[in-house]
Design a protein around this ligand. Structure first.
Ligand code: NAD
Length: 295
């Protein structure tokens, strides 16, 4: 069993750290918010006074932080003090440039590193069924894989440094676009006098099928477990979808890739957020499209 530092014990980090502790690892956690430290203590994580104390004696360091600037700043702080040959795993969703910068900081200090963002949300983090998309050397990935196991349903090695973040933003760009597409179809169906259930019964088994329709249906009824049936409480908040769509657009601009629908999806979620819906589940976009979308 390993000694693991876990930095960033928020909505995702706390249940992930809890699963590592449950698997028998010694988890030394740190977060800036005292309320998150309290939750961590209750799930078997040893709470430390700061990030430097958390990495003391740790052969693995996991970060689960809001954005690229937080990750780079924490890496700059702790990489010089980390145990030699330790492995840094960043599971935050961040921009590809910051991810590569974080790898470079680790490399400069003789540390192995992987970017390993996740999909599966808070539910997947609690259940230990997250999908990890990892980027980094074969050696780093081989060391990371057994550590990620207690938190994971699936672990995919996507390629070299930054590839995990690239996979994450490409996947979520598909998700944002497809959710808008499915929602538009329901709004059109309503105008045409077609019931939600009838559209679902046809499209979910035809060429329109996709995760946004079959598993996460944006209207109440056809898929009882989808957030539409509980007043659109997340789930996956629209603010996080907007964050990921913006990351995809930044990457597309930097790489000179043409992503017109990704750009439009980012604009639509931007308006939705600006109207105060950032805390709603992202599938609530269907209500916005139905009537409130400004010109
Ligand atoms: P969160 O805001 O709940 O947690 C982030 C935590 O990092 C906070 O508790 C904050 O106090 C802490 N933090 C910030 N700076 C710190 C520092 N310097 N040292 C220590 N702690 C620090 O966010 P979350 O929902 O847990 O998401 C974390 C990451 O995972 C984000 O990048 C997010 O995009 C990604 N993600 C979230 C979900 C989701 O459904 N919530 C799903 C997939 C990926």
């Amino acid at each position: 069993m390993a000694t693991i530092a876990f930095i960033g014990l928020g909505n995702m980090g706390n249940p992930m750290a809890a699963n590592l502790a449950k698997a028998g690892h010694c988890v030394q956690g740190f977060d800036l918010l005292p309320e998150n430290l309290k939750i961590a203590t209750e799930s078997g994580v040893m709470v430390m006074a700061n990030a430097t104390a958390a990495i003391n004696g740790a052969e693995i360091v996991i970060t689960m932080l809001p954005a690229g600037r937080h990750v780079v700043s924490v890496y700059e702080d702790i990489a010089p003090k980390a145990q030699k040959d330790s492995l840094f795993i960043d599971s935050s969703t961040i921009d590809v440039d910051s991810a590569r910068k974080a790898h470079e900081i680790a490399r400069r200090h003789g540390l192995l590193s992987v970017d390993a963002p996740v999909s599966g949300g808070v539910g997947g983090a609690a259940a230990g069924t997250l999908t990890f998309m990892a980027g980094g050397s074969t050696e780093a990935f081989a060391k990371a894989e057994p550590i990620l196991q207690p938190m994971a349903g699936r672990i995919v090695h996507c390629g070299e440094a930054g590839s995990g973040q690239a996979a994450k933003i490409c996947n979520n760009m598909i998700l944002g676009i497809s959710m808008i597409g499915v929602s538009e179809a329901f709004v059109l169906a309503e105008k045409l006098g077609l019931s939600h259930q009838a559209l679902f019964d046809v499209a979910s088994t035809s060429s329109g099928q996709c995760w946004s329709l079959n598993t996460y249906c944006p209207v109440p009824g056809p898929v009882p477990a989808s957030p539409a049936n509980r007043g659109y409480t997340p789930g996956f908040a629209a603010a996080l979808m907007l964050k990921d769509l913006k990351l995809a657009q930044e990457a597309a601009q930097a790489a000179n890739a043409s992503t017109p629908l990704g750009a439009h999806a980012a604009q639509i979620y931007n308006m939705f957020n600006a109207h105060g819906h950032g805390g709603d589940d992202f599938s609530a976009i269907v209500n916005f499209l139905r009537g409130d979308l400004p010109e």
